[in-house]
Design a protein around this ligand. Structure first.
Ligand SMILES: *[C@@H]1O[C@H](CO)[C@@H](O)[C@H](O)[C@H]1NC(C)=O
Ligand SMILES: *[C@@H]1O[C@H](CO)[C@@H](O)[C@H](O)[C@H]1NC(C)=O
Ligand SMILES: *[C@@H]1O[C@H](CO)[C@@H](O)[C@H](O)[C@H]1NC(C)=O
Ligand SMILES: *[C@@H]1O[C@H](CO)[C@@H](O)[C@H](O)[C@H]1NC(C)=O
Ligand SMILES: *[C@@H]1O[C@H](CO)[C@@H](O)[C@H](O)[C@H]1NC(C)=O
Ligand SMILES: *[C@@H]1O[C@H](CO)[C@@H](O)[C@H](O)[C@H]1NC(C)=O
Ligand SMILES: *[C@@H]1O[C@H](CO)[C@@H](O)[C@H](O)[C@H]1NC(C)=O
Ligand SMILES: *[C@@H]1O[C@H](CO)[C@@H](O)[C@H](O)[C@H]1NC(C)=O
Ligand SMILES: *[C@@H]1O[C@H](CO)[C@@H](O)[C@H](O)[C@H]1NC(C)=O
Length: 447
């Protein structure tokens, strides 16, 4: 059994590599490659990646009218909530700059091409590499006797900002803090702190992509995400970095403030929330985590929504209803906020050109994500709070394939792309293999 598992895992890894290098659906502009900058000053601040390596970012300079504007994007990539998973992570590109690719491809909201990214292309654009495992929120270190594990996400955030301030961020005219997945969660956590570093006259806003992780009840009636985050907050020393007004309000369960739905009303900076109401990562880890489906009844539905039975569709619609419910006050009250809650089975839509702005990108009321976010940022028009109609009515979805192909909350996806969002012969092959593995109830990359 062990060897067959190993075989399937190896086969899956090979196919994953094919997926990672296969050409995107919308070809042409492949995006600019931007070099990594290690944050040399981080050591003095005690800001290290899990393994003790220096943190890093990628900066592509703005030009022309955008020279004084700054867009910072947190990289995503799951979390680690116990010593074993954090030790594993510290040996990968998710926990160490030593193992990261030294260039990043800038596409979607990071693109420098005006026709692909009309509102932000000439801004200074920065990708903050993620190597702490707690959405840049922890502050602790633990020795196991022989080696040290650094949970210093909060210090990494601080060190990167201090490094960028003298490079022009301190004089920013306009600024946008964003990020996807675990990075979308970081956006909520650090939004007001970002504002505090910038000139009072600057126009500062935050946009979270696929970061609205719900305090969901899974299909086995457990709060899997809540248990996971509670362990994470406790292990990595996150609590003292959460908004004190929020933790006070949620005493005696202050770790709930790690959930955007509880922290949201304490955030003063204007926010935009971009999320699918059927976010694939949350579907696979919050609504139907492997622990809630030991017999694999959901396996086919998880990778192909047309294979879901009516009962499963009900659960998915319930998840959407819960998400909209959690956003209702924001939708009603906020005058400066924006949202784009669509119904594609997807995860992360601003960093991929296909979903951000392309002939096939998702739309609500015929507006793309790039248009809606731009309209909100620049105050053009009033239609900046968009909610799409429920599945299956949205005809603009072309990515009905899992973005998350792991059975762990700490995905080890390749650096630049969220998996499975591109239909190519290779991804199809991978997809079929994935279904096969699921039917065999084999945990792909499960730790
Ligand atoms: C990026 O790094 C490579 C290799 O170190 C170097 O050749 C290249 O000039 C760098 N590019 C920029 C824009 O700094
Ligand atoms: C910008 O993107 C468009 C559309 O993909 C492409 O035709 C054009 O060549 C790109 N421009 C640059 C400077 O790369
Ligand atoms: C401590 O961590 C290191 C590196 O992760 C590992 O190799 C070692 O076995 C661990 N030691 C103990 C006592 O757990
Ligand atoms: C922002 O966070 C840093 C630590 O990362 C802290 O030193 C600073 O006081 C914070 N600013 C505000 C206004 O909370
Ligand atoms: C989920 O809940 C059931 C009871 O509803 C319980 O027996 C089971 O241990 C829980 N599983 C996990 C992983 O928490
Ligand atoms: C907490 O709330 C008070 C009152 O609304 C406000 O003045 C203060 O700035 C808030 N503190 C933080 C850290 O947001
Ligand atoms: C998804 O499931 C439907 C119905 O079970 C099937 O017709 C379709 O071929 C499946 N799609 C893929 C890509 O496997
Ligand atoms: C938002 O709306 C809710 C309920 O309608 C209300 O309780 C809350 O005070 C409002 N918040 C703000 C900031 O206006
Ligand atoms: C949708 O928008 C596109 C331009 O983005 C336009 O060409 C098209 O006519 C619009 N469709 C409808 C139905 O309004």
């Amino acid at each position: 059994m062990k060897t067959t598992r190993l075989f399937y895992k190896t086969a899956a890894v090979v196919l994953l590599l094919y997926v990672a290098v296969s050409p995107p659906l919308v070809s042409g502009d492949t995006g600019r490659r931007v070099n990594m900058t290690l944050v040399r000053g981080a050591a003095a601040l005690g800001a290290f990646c899990l393994d003790g390596s220096l943190p890093a970012y990628h900066l592509d300079r703005g030009f022309g009218a955008g020279s004084d504007n700054w867009l910072l994007q947190f990289e995503g990539g799951g979390w680690c909530n116990d010593m074993a998973s954090c030790v594993d992570r510290s040996k990968t590109h998710r926990g160490s700059t030593r193992f990261m690719t030294k260039t990043a491809v800038f596409t979607g909201i990071l693109s420098n091409n005006a026709s692909l990214n009309p509102d932000f292309y000439n801004w200074n654009r920065v990708r903050l590499r993620y190597c702490d495992g707690a959405s840049f929120g922890g502050d602790r270190q633990i020795s196991n006797g022989t080696s040290m594990l650094y949970f210093r996400g909060q210090r990494i955030w601080n060190a990167i900002i201090l490094d960028l301030l003298p490079k022009g961020l301190a004089k920013a005219n306009k600024a946008l803090l964003t990020g996807c997945s675990a990075g979308g969660l970081s956006t909520f956590l650090h939004c007001d702190n970002f504002t505090s570093y910038l000139p009072k006259t600057a126009n500062v806003k935050c946009m979270s992509d696929a970061g609205f992780f719900l305090d969901a009840i899974d299909v086995a009636s457990n709060r899997t995400m809540r248990s996971f985050y509670t362990q994470l907050v406790s292990l990595q020393g996150v609590q003292k970095n959460l908004d004190p007004n929020c933790t006070r309000a949620f005493y005696p369960e202050p770790s709930l403030c790690f959930f955007p739905q509880y922290a949201l009303r304490f955030i003063k900076t204007p926010m935009f929330i971009l999320n699918s109401a059927y976010d694939v990562f949350q579907f696979h880890h919050g609504l139907v985590p492997p622990s809630a489906d030991p017999t694999g009844r959901w396996n086919r539905c998880k990778v192909n929504v047309t294979a879901c039975n009516p009962h499963q569709l009900d659960a998915l619609q319930g998840f959407r209803t819960d998400m909209l419910g959690a956003l209702m006050n924001f939708f009603r009250n906020t005058t400066r906020g924006g949202m784009f809650i669509n119904s594609c089975f997807d995860h992360c839509q601003s960093a991929l050109q296909e979903t951000w702005l392309s002939p096939i990108s998702p739309r609500i009321h015929n507006k793309t994500i790039a248009e809606t976010v731009g309209d909100w940022y620049f105050g053009r028009g009033d239609d900046v709070k968009e909610i799409g109609c429920p599945y299956p009515c949205d005809k603009t979805c072309h990515n009905l394939i899992p973005a998350s192909t792991t059975d762990s909350l700490a995905p080890n996806a390749p650096d630049h792309k969220s998996l499975g969002t591109q239909l190519s012969p290779f991804s199809l092959a991978f997809f079929l293999l994935y279904i096969f593995l699921c039917t065999m109830n084999i945990q792909l990359f499960g730790f």
